[in-house]
Design a protein around this ligand. Structure first.
Ligand SMILES: NC(=O)C1=CN([C@@H]2O[C@H](COP(=O)(O)OP(=O)(O)OC[C@H]3O[C@@H](n4cnc5c(N)ncnc54)[C@H](OP(=O)(O)O)[C@@H]3O)[C@@H](O)[C@H]2O)C=CC1
Ligand SMILES: O=C(O)C1=N[C@H](C(=O)O)C[C@H](O)C1
Length: 269
């Protein structure tokens, strides 16, 4: 499968170039960065630390997707929305790992999936987090609507620009699904000042940023006299990249539409 890596000089882009080189059935077709990026003209393999691979980082997206089967995209919300339109026009697979989307961005990506793109989108592409989401959903369902308070805690490196993380929101969605409620109606994304006591039935989020932390998430279910904590610690960005490449290979022969990592991993049953 011929893959285009978008944001090839970024933390995830470089990891993806390496993982694609290690994956049977996947080849790097093109590597893209934004206009004006200092990475333009560099060899994508050298940039990824795996030695020269002959793929020069460019910014011409039309040239990049010509002859490609899919795009893997860990960039920024506006970039991913635009790319979903390209994927729809060309009938391509588009794996979206980007986080920080607003509701209207999600709508635009959904429209692209209804117009010819085969999109796999997830706030976290790792096997571990998607399994954790299944466990969180089960726990929230088993514990009922209000006996336990649910809080999602996350920590990431100091360069991260969005909060709460895509994973925290994914885990919050799983908890809300288990409780049979809409997260958007019950999320408390920040607290500051005299907040008053905790409102029953809410799902809270707390965000930590610092150093080089790859990604740590805990869902805390706090009851009277006991507390359950379900956690995932990411130690290497390769877990996300391997998930994204697996998603692209899985999506290659799927009809156009919007899929999640739970679909890819068969965790929806
Ligand atoms: N779903 C998942 O499993 C994971 C998701 N992520 C998410 O992926 C995203 C990227 O994370 P990370 O790699 O750490 O961030 P980086 O900032 O390291 O990488 C993003 C890259 O995209 C580039 N970029 C910006 N605009 C364009 C454009 N128009 N065309 C092509 N490339 C562009 C950036 O260039 P420049 O710096 O020059 O602007 C940068 O090189 C974030 O939203 C993050 O939350 C991260 C890890 C796992
Ligand atoms: O920005 C990151 O680094 C990460 N972003 C994703 C998120 O927002 O949850 C996934 C992972 O935790 C790393």
């Amino acid at each position: 499968m011929k893959l285009v890596v978008l944001g090839a000089a970024g933390r995830m882009g470089r990891t993806l170039v390496k993982v694609i080189a290690e994956t049977q059935g996947a080849t790097l077709h093109a590597a893209i960065e934004r206009d004006g990026s200092p990475a333009l003209g560099s060899d994508a393999g050298l940039m990824a630390g795996i030695g020269e691979n002959g793929v020069t980082i460019g910014s011409d997206i039309d040239a990049a997707i010509d002859g490609a089967d899919g795009i893997i995209d860990f960039t920024a919300p506006a970039v991913s929305v635009e790319m979903a339109r390209h994927a729809a026009d060309k009938g391509l697979v588009h794996v979206v790992g980007t986080t920080g989307f607003e509701a209207q961005d999600d709508d635009a990506i959904g429209n692209a999936a209804n117009s010819g793109a085969t999109i796999v989108k997830s706030g976290n592409m790792s096997l571990g987090v998607n399994l954790l989401a299944v466990l969180v959903e089960q726990a929230a369902r088993a514990l009922g609507p209000d006996a336990f308070d649910i809080e999602v805690l996350e920590m990431h490196h100091k360069h991260k620009v969005d909060a709460p993380s895509g994973t925290a929101l994914l885990l919050g969605e799983a908890a809300a699904k288990g409780r049979g409620i809409a997260l958007s109606d019950h999320a408390v994304r920040v607290r500051d000042g005299i907040t008053g006591p905790r409102e029953e039935g809410t799902i809270g989020f707390a965000t930590l940023r610092g150093g080089s932390v790859v990604g740590e998430h805990s869902v805390i279910l706090a009851g009277e006299g006991e507390r359950i904590e379900l956690s995932h610690l990411a130690g290497d960005r390769a877990i996300f990249a391997r998930g994204a490449v697996r998603a692209a290979l899985w999506a290659k022969d799927k009809p156009a539409g919007l899929y999640s990592m739970r679909d890819v991993l068969g965790l929806n049953a």
